[in-house]
Design a protein around this ligand. Structure first.
Ligand code: CIR
Length: 263
């Protein structure tokens, strides 16, 4: 049966810009290698396409070093899309840049335009609700505006917290199926997933909590063998993609695409 939270006919990605070496990062682990980033990105797009989805790859935006992390700029739901308002000043303009692309796909497009901020990385859409984590990038006013927009389309937003020191809510979790969430222990302990089945990433493998369920596959970063085993023992079909260069900029599997099925 079709599940709108992880069955998608379309995705949008954006090619990495050469300027990505100036992308935001919490800790400097060195300069990302552009060629390697590009090669990982090609593998990522191929993995999405291998499910049969139609994947649009947008041109790079040199003026926005983090724009390859296209998820941040919009929330795409079956009934409509919302253009975000990134809390990182250097990423604010990415919202306007994605607007025409989204407007070409959706008839219903709303935009966060009040005083608050929301970044797509803080939003986890499950089959029954939309969890939005307040973070250094997403604030209460933004969550409230988002909530009132999507309530018109029948969706419920639940405000939760992104753990202190963690970039985005989805840095620490992913949807695996309609009832199940992959999570770090620190996020699980907050209680925000009470009522869901949860699978914890292996100790020391917290960096793979940002994975995606995309149609028949769970797409996760390579280099996390214990969690990969746990997931495949639980019956998921796994694809792994190199993420070392994106990780230098705190990016992961969800950040690299907008995934959706417009109705
Ligand atoms: C940033 O700090 O905004 C980027 N360097 C990484 C963001 C990755 N996640 C996302 O956009 N959803």
């Amino acid at each position: 049966m079709f599940k709108s939270s992880y069955h998608f006919t379309r995705a949008i990605c954006r090619l990495p810009a050469n300027s990505l070496i100036d992308g935001l990062r919490a800790v400097d682990f060195g300069r990302p290698d552009y060629e390697m980033f590009m090669s990982d990105h090609e593998n990522y797009v191929a993995a999405l396409r291998s499910t049969g989805a139609n994947v649009t790859v947008l041109d790079a935006l040199e003026e926005f070093p983090d724009s390859v992390f296209v998820e941040n700029a919009a929330l795409c739901l079956p009934k409509g899309a919302v253009i975000m308002k990134p809390g990182a000043p250097s990423r604010l303009g990415e919202a306007e840049a994605i607007k025409p692309v989204i407007s070409a796909v959706y008839s219903e497009v709303a935009q966060i335009s009040g005083a608050g901020f929301v970044e797509g990385g803080d939003i986890l859409t499950t089959e029954s609700e939309i969890l939005v984590g307040c973070s250094a990038r997403t604030d209460r006013a933004g969550v409230e505006e988002l909530s009132s927009i999507v309530s018109n389309w029948g969706y419920t937003v639940r405000e939760v917290n992104t753990p202190e020191g963690i970039l985005h809510f989805k840095t620490d979790c992913s949807l695996l199926d309609e009832n199940t969430i992959l999570t770090t222990k620190r996020l699980l302990m907050s209680g925000c997933f009470d009522g869901y089945n949860t699978i914890q990433v292996a100790d020391g493998e917290e960096a793979c909590a940002n994975s995606i369920r995309f149609n028949q596959y769970v797409i996760m970063p390579s280099g996390f063998p214990k969690t990969k085993q746990i997931l495949s023992d639980s019956g998921y079909n796994i694809k792994t993609i190199g993420n070392c260069e994106a990780a230098k900029l705190d990016g992961g599997m969800s950040c690299l695409s907008l995934r959706f099925t417009p109705s």
